[in-house]
Ligand binder design. Sequence first.
Ligand code: PLP
Length: 382
Amino acid sequence: MNNKLISFVRDTYQTNDFIPLHAPTFAGNEKKYVTDTIDSTFVSSVGKYVENFEKHIETYTGATKAVATVNGTAALHTALYMAGVKQGDLVITQALTFVATCNALYHMGAEPIFVDVSKVSLGLCPKATQEYLETNAKINSDGECTHKVTGQRIKAVIPMHTFGHPVELDELLSVCLKWNLVLVEDAAESLGSFYKGKHTGTIGDFSAISFNGNKVITTGGGGMVLCRNLEAGKHTRHVTTTAKVPHPYEFYHDEPGFNYRLPNLNAALGCAQMEVLPAFLKQKRVLAEQYQTLFADSDFQFVTEPDYAQSNYWLNAIICPDTESRNLLLKETNEQGVMTRPIWQLMHRLPMFKNALRGDLRVSEWVEKHLINLPSSPVKIG
Ligand SMILES: *Cc1c(COP(=O)(O)O)cnc(C)c1O
């Protein structure tokens, strides 16, 4: 299987060079728009591309308001701030995620509670979340959800749409409503992924998208906060731009702010990339289908989108029959210049989160031992 995979990937990308997991593609108006920002001198936090990029994202996702930020982590940090997460709060998330989810929490002075993922989505499991809360939480007389043992407030739930596969949002939302928790989606990986026809990141009150170099589209570095409520969206924009009250020359700031606004230079890249996003998504679906066919009669199981969702197939993944076959595949592909990668080590194994509260993580641990990501850059069709 390993050699079959290597030949398939080489044939697909038609190169003898190193093949990365996900590389950016610039085949549209990227140069034109970026050059335009330089010619205009508006390369920084003011300029038409930032607003255009936000409009593009609002139109595409259906979000009420989109606010561009310097990166996805900054978008998450802002989303948590806007969700009202405070120092000492607890926030439920998955141990199976990229570290940025937990870093954003950490910098709010909050602490994660790690709950298991679902085998269907590889994202936060609604059933496990409900069970954790039933055992460990109570609702106070003031309506706040509190941890029975530590007495800390549990404020929010952050599911992450792993590799672009949408989590079970209806079920998670009903758990959040029941326990008075704010739903914040880490949609960093899921631009172009839809949950029952709705774009991921539009169900939670606040969500974060990333435009890092390895994501579906890139702005070099960049992120976006999606907001469900218009007033909250305007407020989000305000805090990401130092909370400066607009005035032609006076400096007045009415609350603590962030300096997280995406530069116009990066937004120009984003506008051009949004024009080609639909083509990238088509190409990525074709590639995912080809991988699925390749692994159909093998011991390896290709990870497909859940029934209720349309995934962007950001990173293709397979589940290996055991850890030995996983390690051998990793070794042989990487030795031959075809990049493959195990999933992130679970968050509770990292030194800064080793003492975090957690539920049973059986599925997360199983995925950690068996999953491999495959090269997933969009391939031009025809
Ligand atoms: C990429 C990513 C982020 C944010 O990434 P930035 O590099 O800060 O843009 C956050 N969460 C997850 C799950 C990610 O994959």
